[in-house]
Ligand binder design. Structure first.
Ligand SMILES: Nc1ncnc2c1ncn2[C@@H]1O[C@H](COP(=O)(O)OP(=O)(O)OP(=O)(O)O)[C@@H](O)[C@H]1O
Ligand SMILES: [Mg+2]
Length: 238
């Protein structure tokens, strides 16, 4: 899908349904959701607990597959990828920030960031420099040699954020990225995401419960019961 003139679409969900079987019952986590996101957008996804926000990110990141419907990224049907294609896609194109930070306990902060860079940067010195640059940006410049167990929860979360951002990925998917941070560190992280979005054109899809984050968004997506509730432009009442 090569866009000419108009902004290029980077993510498209077409009539996506996701169902989970729980014993005898079927949980409809996503119901016929269609959504298109242009390159460079900063999308903030809002909605009550259980409405399908994480499910939406899992469909786009290829961590999970739709029950029906299709997901496209950069014009490729990622929902039809094989397992190895999905792994490669995530390693090369996607930065993921989870609510739980998933750091390797035996690696230092810098090594944890470098691991995420390995698929995209081959030169060890460049990789080290990039890792240190992003740890500095999240306020951890003096803690690069610490192991996760030697850091607070919020510091570990910032390492995970540095790991996702340092790749300067095509697509950054963040699920409650500031859940464990105080207001000041949280604000710093949101500003960083916005800065990366503006500087490198990385498309951001961020899930949060903090409605004030919506002010940073180029678009707000409201989810209710696995469907789009409403979308609005920046400044919309949320
Ligand atoms: N593996 C699973 N098995 C069964 N049901 C699931 C599974 N994962 C999610 N669900 C259900 O699907 C629905 C959507 O879940 P999802 O995790 O996307 O919600 P969410 O909007 O991210 O909520 P929260 O804000 O609490 O993180 C919920 O009803 C949830 O209980
Ligand atoms: Mg969730």
């Amino acid at each position: 899908m090569s866009g000419e003139g108009a902004a290029m679409m980077i993510v498209e969900l077409r009539d996506v349904c996701k169902e989970y079987l729980l014993g005898e019952t079927t949980v409809h986590a996503m119901r016929h959701l269609s959504l298109a996101i242009d390159e460079g957008e900063f999308v903030v996804v809002l909605g009550p607990s259980g409405c399908g926000k994480t499910t939406l990110l899992n469909m786009v990141s290829t961590l999970d597959r739709p029950t029906s419907g299709q997901v496209f990224v950069d014009g490729e049907e990622v929902s039809a990828y094989t397992d190895s294609e999905r792994t490669r896609f995530r390693a090369k194109k996607v930065g993921l920030v989870f609510q739980f930070y998933n750091l390797f306990p035996a690696l230092t902060a810098r090594e944890n960031v470098e691991i995420g860079l390995a698929p995209v940067i081959k030169d060890a010195a460049v990789m080290r420099q990039r890792a240190e640059e992003y740890l500095r940006l999240v306020g951890l410049g003096d803690q690069v040699d610490k192991f996760p167990a030697q850091m607070s929860g919020g510091e570990q979360q910032r390492v995970a954020i540095a790991r996702a951002l340092a790749k300067e990925p095509r697509l950054l998917l963040a699920d409650e990225p500031t859940g464990n941070l105080d207001a000041e560190s949280g604000e710093m992280v949101w500003q960083l995401l916005r800065e990366l979005n503006e500087r490198t054109g990385t498309t951001v899809i961020a899930v949060t419960h903090q409605t004030d984050v919506a002010r940073l968004a180029s678009r707000i997506v409201h989810l209710r019961s696995g469907q789009l509730a409403d979308t609005g432009q920046q400044g919309a009442v949320v």
